[in-house]
Design a protein around this ligand. Structure first.
Ligand code: CP
Length: 319
């Protein structure tokens, strides 16, 4: 299947179920390349990829850079601190400047929800949303889907429990769309003040989703538990008494994990605050897929860049 008609990736709902599965299938091929001794193929030779991050990132930025370099693309990372944004240049003018140097794709992270949508309307260069405010993080969803499919063999009918700050989490928002579309059963759990009840309404976008206020009940039949970081940088005051109180009630500890299924898997999009939303022994324990998520992120982003930029009819997998 050719996804090149999809000019931008703004959120996971840009893709149909079939298109998502196509990316997950292509990611398997990319994983084989990622595991080679010489991990380099010529697929995107001559293409230029620009990362434009207005917020800190470790995983997403280096993962896109690694993915692009393995596919032989050239990568320009723009450091906002050293760019002309600091001299008052607008986001649009920055992007139009990147367009003028003949970049082939722009990967943007921005603190304002909707910023990638604004750019997609006003720029000729394809845009990938690498996280916008508390709104969306579609490539995180793709790698989470891939990780679960790879470990559980399926996504349909699995029980996934997302715990914590759903309200401000762009990962949660994209994952609710993604897992709902692919038929998983989603349980949201956390302080009532951090649960957006719009997801629980009778909206056709959000299927098989419920709120469970008790963490012990929520995890009982879980196949996957995904604690989320408290997004203090996005919260106004008043949602939580303090992080210690939060941790006492909502931290995913080995005691909590022991209530759920024997083969439950633990995912976390990162960055983690160990001891707050997840204990260190769970984060680095045998049920944790957190490191695997990061590796899978490279393969998934390779598949995505390939689908959006490759112009050859067949994938050249030779070194
Ligand atoms: N998951 C994620 O987006 O991590 P970074 O903020 O490190 O990119």
């Amino acid at each position: 299947m050719n996804l090149q008609t999809k000019k931008h990736l703004l959120d996971i709902d840009c893709y149909s179920k079939e298109e998502i599965f196509q990316i997950l299938n292509d990611s398997k091929i990319m994983m084989e390349i990622l595991n080679r001794k010489v991990k380099k193929i010529p697929t995107l030779r001559g293409k230029t990829i620009v990362t434009l991050f207005y917020e800190p990132s470790t995983r997403t930025r280096i993962s896109f850079e690694q993915a692009a370099k393995i596919l032989n693309a050239d990568v320009i990372n723009i450091s906002i601190k050293e760019s002309s944004s600091n001299k008052g240049e607008s986001l649009l003018n920055t992007v139009l400047t990147i367009q003028s140097i003949k970049a082939d794709i722009i990967i943007i992270r921005h603190p304002h929800s909707g910023a990638p949508y604004f750019l997609a309307k006003n720029s000729e260069v394809p845009i990938i949303n690498a996280g916008d405010g508390s709104h969306a993080h579609p490539t995180q969803s793709l790698l989470d889907l891939y990780t679960i499919q790879n470990n559980l063999g399926k996504i349909e009918n699995i029980n996934i429990v997302m715990v914590g700050d759903i309200l401000y989490s762009r990962v949660a928002r994209s994952n609710i769309l993604a897992f709902s579309k692919l038929g998983a059963n989603i349980t949201l759990c956390g302080p009532n003040t951090l649960i957006p009840h719009e997801f629980l309404s009778n909206n056709h976008l959000y299927k098989n989703i419920k709120f469970e206020p008790s963490l012990k009940k929520a995890v009982k039949n879980a196949d996957v538990i995904m604690p989320l970081r408290i997004q203090l940088e996005r919260q106004s005051t008043g949602h939580l008494p303090n992080l210690q109180e939060y941790s006492k009630q909502w931290c995913i500890t080995s005691d909590i994990v022991s209530i759920s299924k024997q083969d439950v898997k633990i995912l976390h999009p990162g960055p983690m605050n160990e001891g707050i939303e997840i204990s260190s022994d769970v984060a680095h324990g045998p049920k944790s897929l957190i490191s695997e998520q990061v590796t899978n992120g490279v393969a998934v982003r390779m598949a995505l860049l390939y689908s959006m930029l490759n112009t050859e009819p067949n994938m050249n997998l030779e070194e």
